[in-house]
Design a protein around this ligand. Structure first.
Ligand code: COA
Length: 455
């Protein structure tokens, strides 16, 4: 498959937008702060295919309009001392890449991220100064068969998953000629940022914050550098509604009395993925392992954040165990660990965690950006894992005027232990699980993943 780049355009907000420094919250500056690429695949009807510029023009015009309310995406990040970041809202604009491929959508198989995706997903060069990189890069690639791939790479320091999904939904609404649905808002005071420094001091962190501890290493290793260098691959594994129900029944069969609410699909699936990964990675039974869970705190704060909060209000927590314990105990025991980790994310916990991060002199160790080829920075590879839920995010139904997507999924493919649970587009109640693992572990993982679905 060859991709020809027609051009890269800088798209700016259509009309003047607020200029100034938007303070970032502590949650914006920890965890993933790099760009997260997602891909949407469309099969537009024939009337949209000629002239080819109709699609590109519609997308560029509506992008310029949607950047008026979503002006932080057209700004630039800037490093401050101590690995901290600031967002300059300066309307510098986003990058919009137009491309054409001589290939067919069928060449992309099940749309699982693979090395060829590098041609259709905008790459971000982090050797460039961060203040020269836009928080949003879009690439639109038109295929010979008339199919279309739209990839948006959004800086996680500017928008978390729910905010990114909100932006994409509003962009599509404006492209269809509809008014904005939910206005974004940027008042960081709801996360205790920018409070009057002469005002009363915030209470010091009063809870334990083991979620910020370095995750465990493989037994016998003193660093994770070797693990960080190993080659990875990604698969998208489909589960039917029946398979999902079988797993849920298995997890809930012997539910301990202190969890009256049944384990959810996420708590069941992430437990299953964690157990299969431990087995595929052939850990020693006493190997400590953690599962990182991304929790949306919007509805857990008091009061809840109003719809439209744009930034990061997600918070990572970890469930912990040993591989032997996970493999030998019933699935529900693992789901129980996950439930207990999620339940720690209360209003008081988030507030205390933010205060904990605020008191750190250097945030570098808490950020993914510094992980590449280094022992610095956040890393959740072997023996650990992260499972992100997109089950309740508005990720599907994106219609820019030529019909909704036929596929939506992650655009990158190179992280060990990076997993995503998505609803199936093919079967109501089914799921798709995107799993990134070391090449050496993937075949065994797939075997356990399907074989271990038993009631
Ligand atoms: N669609 C379907 N079911 C819904 C629903 C929705 N929009 N909203 C609530 N439900 C119901 C369902 O019964 C579901 O149970 P089921 O999956 O077994 O059918 C249950 O509520 C799910 O409740 P939830 O509170 O979402 O728990 P969970 O165990 O599925 O997920 C978290 C736990 C922590 C992952 C979840 O609370 C969360 O924070 N998700 C957002 C993650 C996120 O932000 N991802 C992007 C990261 S950048």
């Amino acid at each position: 498959m060859t991709v020809r780049y027609r051009g890269t355009y800088t798209v700016k907000p259509e009309t003047a937008t607020w200029v100034g420094h938007l303070p970032l919250s502590e949650l914006d500056q920890i965890g993933t702060i790099t760009h997260v690429p997602n891909i949407y695949i469309f099969r537009p009807p024939p009337e949209w295919l000629h002239p080819v510029d109709a699609i590109f023009g519609t997308l560029r015009g509506s992008l310029s309009r949607v950047l008026v309310p979503f002006y932080p995406l057209a700004g630039r990040l800037r490093w401050l001392d101590g690995g901290r970041l600031r967002l300059d809202c300066n309307a510098m604009g986003v990058w919009f890449i137009e491309a054409e491929s001589d290939g067919e959508l069928n060449d992309l198989g099940d749309f699982c991220p693979r090395p060829e995706f590098e041609q259709i997903v905008p790459s971000v060069d982090y050797t460039m100064p961060i203040h020269e990189l836009p928080p949003l890069l879009v690439q639109v690639t038109k295929f010979k068969c008339g199919g279309l791939a739209l990839s948006a790479s959004i800086s996680h320091a500017v928008a978390d998953g729910p905010s990114a999904a909100h932006f994409m939904t509003e962009w599509a609404r404006l492209a269809r000629g509809e008014p904005l649905g939910i206005e974004p808002y940027y008042d960081r005071k709801v996360l205790w940022v920018g409070e009057d420094p002469t005002g009363p001091l915030l209470p010091p962190p009063n809870l334990e914050h083991s979620e910020f501890d370095h995750p465990p290493l493989l037994i016998g290793h003193t660093s994770d550098l070797e693990q960080r260098k190993k080659k990875t691959t990604m698969v998208m594994l489909k589960l039917t509604k029946t398979q999902v129900e079988t797993l849920k029944n298995a997890a809930n069969k012997d539910r301990a009395g202190h969890h009256p609410r049944p384990y959810t699909r996420y708590e069941t699936m992430s437990a299953h993925i964690w157990r299969c990964a431990c087995k595929a990675r052939k850990h020693k039974p006493e190997q400590p392992t953690t599962l990182c869970i991304c929790v949306d705190a919007r509805s857990r704060l008091r009061p809840s954040l109003k719809p439209g909060y744009f930034g990061n209000a997600t918070f990572d927590v970890a469930a912990a165990g040993t591989s032997g314990e996970l493999a030998s105990s019933p699935l529900g025991c693992t789901s129980s660990k996950i439930r207990e980790a999620i339940e720690t994310v209360t209003h008081d916990h988030v507030r205390s965690a933010i205060e904990h991060i605020r008191r750190q002199p250097d945030l570098t160790m808490f950020q993914d950006l510094h992980a590449l080829g280094s022992t610095q920075g956040l890393f959740y590879g072997n023996p650990n894992l992260g499972v992100v839920s997109w089950l309740t995010l508005l990720v599907y139904g994106l219609d820019f005027g030529w019909g909704r997507e036929i596929h939506m999924g992650p655009g990158n493919h190179d992280f060990d232990g990076d997993c995503l649970v998505l609803p199936s587009l093919e079967e109501e109640g089914g799921l798709v699980v995107a799993v990134g693992l070391k090449i050496a572990h993937m075949e065994d993982f797939k075997k356990f993943f399907y074989e271990d679905i038993v009631d």
